[in-house]
Write a protein that binds this ligand. Structure first.
Ligand SMILES: Nc1ncnc2c1ncn2[C@@H]1O[C@H](COP(=O)(O)OP(=O)(O)OP(=O)(O)O)[C@@H](O)[C@H]1O
Length: 685
């Protein structure tokens, strides 16, 4: 068996208990461990001897505790504990304020590592309130030079992870073979895999770390791009599309709408319309911030395919949204004699079959649905346009499967999350991008406030005021059921609490992912018609729900959400002409949370928010590849390492000259690596 695939539990020194903790860090196998990258490094090459310490400097040194801690209480509310620490060259006094419990944990003879500012005391040098770490004789070996710092989980210390990682490296050093092609390594000056793995974890010097990192980043990008190439070419081969040239009735349809299209909508629709007329398939991404009016653009495009005698399909990420689109499309298009259908997972078998038959016979012109649309049994009569309203939920492959149900239909992807151009290019290949860059007129900026939960009474009094004026409200909660581990309040509980207490007397509805589709539909329907005044919901409403009369949103435990998600959620209000409000209840004192809330208060611009979001995510974080159905990037960063990405892309171009289908027949090890990397992804699909 390939040792890299071995369960980490069976590695010497790990065992079931540590393996259990490692699982929490998503480390299951030897390979997962080796790809568990340090989140940072600390340069400990300048570890000092005590005799060389100088007052005023911040220094790190090792020593042994001599005797017991000496506790004194010079004042009320102030206790001191002093330790004498020595090494072979001298002594130093180590003092802590109000930490007398250290008497129990730091015993005489304990070896410690200390980091702090050195001061001149009465009796010689001293260091006050330093960082102190217990170390074993053995451990000091682990903690010299440039040392890695890994993210931890409760119960596993830095030292333990380092020891495991060292052991794993020994194993890997004996078994791993280079899998990148030699000519690429030479051309791009890449170090070999052994050097890279050893030095990314335990760098022998700063230069070695850089070289190691470059190789690993390059490798991740190369594999990602190769995988994408395979997915795309595997499905779409023939590039002849269906030209849709007839425009009869489109203008009249647009004129009859209850509103005038914005300039941005017109421009984007024209771009789409031109693409549809070509005989090569359209491949276009429409980006528009929340509430910018993407749906109507999609509807007009679908109408165009029907006018030309073809079918259109519209895939939405949730049933609620599919249902909502179904209602809008039916309202707008059925009067024109166009037949619209809905296909979602929760239909009965009989209902589903009826719809499937009508899609296959061509009786249904436009079909709207969820993932149900890409199932095998779905066959079209003459599909010419595929739209995915995806908000990052569909993978490259799913989109391609839907497209494969027609003869190279035109493909339109809509997203509310601004995607930086480079990332869009990776994910969507050579697609064109249209941006709806302003909102419909008359929209007022949503006022956003961040408050702590001790203000809940005031917050809900404010909600009541809005309700009394005839508006509606959302209350968003992160979890469905109370969980011990995460103290987020459950939607069910909050709905109860509000109806008995803070919003007593108002009509409250509950919506969460575990409800049956029929129940969800009913609740949403009642919210739309105003029969429900307050919708207490989990994030199922995050995407696309449109109820313009809802003007206030309260987000409970807002600290649990990422910025992009908060922006999506907030986009559920401010969709009509009323002044709208978003109140974020933040119970975290962490700096990052505060910063997130500040950003939400200051801006409603999705592009600014997504940029900040990326900045707030630490190094090593990736931007949503997983959500797109691609393997996670462990070390490469799509923003920071763009030049490496480009180099990798160039190499792929070169490879395709010799091997147009990228069969990788000449590079069997690389092919295996690629298959492994994308295997987990395929399983998901
Ligand atoms: N030109 C317009 N003038 C006025 N209202 C418009 C215009 N275009 C769309 N709307 C309305 O704006 C609201 C939001 O539109 P839509 O649901 O298409 O937004 P969206 O871009 O899909 O947003 P999200 O990504 O949040 O779902 C809808 O109520 C829609 O009827």
């Amino acid at each position: 068996m390939n040792i890299l695939k071995q369960d980490i539990q069976y590695i010497k020194g790990v065992g079931p208990k540590k393996a259990y903790l490692l699982k929490r860090l998503n480390i299951n196998t030897v390979e997962d461990m080796i790809w568990y990258m340090p989140r940072d490094y600390e340069d400990r090459r300048n570890i000092k001897r005590i005799a060389n310490l100088r007052p005023g400097e911040k220094a790190t040194f090792y020593g042994i505790i001599l005797g017991e801690g000496d506790v004194s209480k010079p004042r009320k509310n102030l206790s001191l504990i002093k330790f004498n620490v020595k090494d072979e060259t001298g002594n130093i006094e180590v003092i802590f304020f109000n930490k007398t419990y250290l008497k129990k944990t730091l015993n005489s003879g304990q070896r410690v590592m200390i980091n702090g500012e050195i001061k001149k005391g009465f009796k010689g040098l001293q260091v006050v309130n330093p960082i102190i770490e217990k170390v074993d004789m053995l451990d000091t070996d682990n903690r010299q030079g440039i040392v890695p710092i890994y993210s931890l989980t409760e119960g596993l210390s830095q030292n333990e992870i380092i020891s495991i990682q060292k052991r794993i490296l020994q194993i890997v050093n004996e078994s791993i073979e280079e899998y990148l092609p030699e000519e690429i390594m030479n051309r791009c000056r890449l170090c070999n895999i052994k050097f890279a793995l050893n030095n990314i974890h335990f760098p022998s010097n700063v230069q070695a770390l850089k070289i190691a990192k470059y190789r690993l980043v390059f490798e991740e990008f190369l594999l990602l791009q190769l995988g994408l190439f395979k997915i795309k070419t595997g499905i779409v081969q023939d590039k002849k599309g269906i030209p849709l040239k007839n425009n009869n009735g489109i203008e009249a349809f647009i004129k009859k709408l209850p509103f005038k299209l914005t300039k941005a909508q017109e421009k984007v629709f024209n771009e789409i319309s031109k693409d549809l007329e070509r005989d090569t398939p359209m491949n276009r991404l429409v980006q528009g911030d929340v509430g910018s009016g993407k749906t109507i653009v999609a509807i007009a495009a679908l109408l165009k395919s029907v006018i030309n005698g073809y079918q259109g399909a519209f895939m939405a990420p949730t049933e609620i949204l599919a249902e909502q689109h179904y209602v809008s499309l039916t309202e707008l298009l059925e009067p024109l004699g166009i037949k619209v259908g809905l296909l979602v997972g929760s239909l009965s078998k009989g209902e589903k079959n009826k719809i499937l038959n009508k899609v296959e016979s061509g009786e249904i012109n436009i079909i709207i649905g969820t993932h149900a649309l890409i199932q095998e049994g779905v066959k079209f009569c003459n599909l010419a346009l595929v739209i995915t309203d995806e908000q990052h939920r569909f993978g490259v492959r799913q989109r391609a499967i839907l497209a494969s149900k027609g003869q190279n239909p035109h493909v339109l992807v809509m997203t509310a999350t601004p995607i930086p151009r480079t990332l869009a290019l990776i994910l969507y290949g050579d697609l064109d991008i249209s941006i709806i860059d302003h909102l419909p007129p008359g929209r007022k900026t949503i006022k956003t406030y961040s408050r702590t939960s001790n203000k809940r009474d005031d917050i809900y009094n404010f909600v009541k005021k809005q309700l009394d004026e005839g508006r509606q409200a959302y209350v968003v909660c992160p979890l469905v059921e109370e969980s011990e581990a995460i103290e987020a309040k459950s939607a069910t509980e909050i709905a109860h609490e509000l109806s008995y207490d803070l919003l007593n007397g108002y009509k409250i509805g509950l919506l969460h992912g575990k409800m049956l589709a029929k129940e969800k539909e009913e609740i949403m329907g009642n919210f739309k018609t105003g029969n429900i005044e307050v919708l207490v919901s989990t994030t199922v409403i995050e995407v696309g729900v449109n109820v313009p009369n809802a003007t206030i949103m309260v987000v409970e435990n807002a600290e649990r959400f990422g910025l992009a998600q908060l922006h999506q959620l907030r986009g559920r209000v401010g969709r009509g002409s009323y002044q709208s409000y978003c109140i974020l209840i933040n119970n975290s004192k962490s700096e990052i949370s505060k910063e997130r809330m500040d950003i939400m208060e200051k801006t409603t611009d999705g592009f600014v928010i997504s940029e900040k979001d990326l900045k707030l995510r630490g190094p090593g974080e990736f931007f949503g590849t997983r959500q797109h159905g691609l393997p996670e990037l462990k070390i490469a960063n799509l923003f920071r390492h763009i030049s490496v990405l480009k180099t990798a892309q160039k190499e792929i171009e070169k490879m395709t000259h010799a091997d147009p289908d990228l069969t990788l027949n000449n590079y069997p090890l690389l092919r295996i690596k690629l298959e492994e990397k994308f295997l987990s992804v395929e399983e998901v699909l």
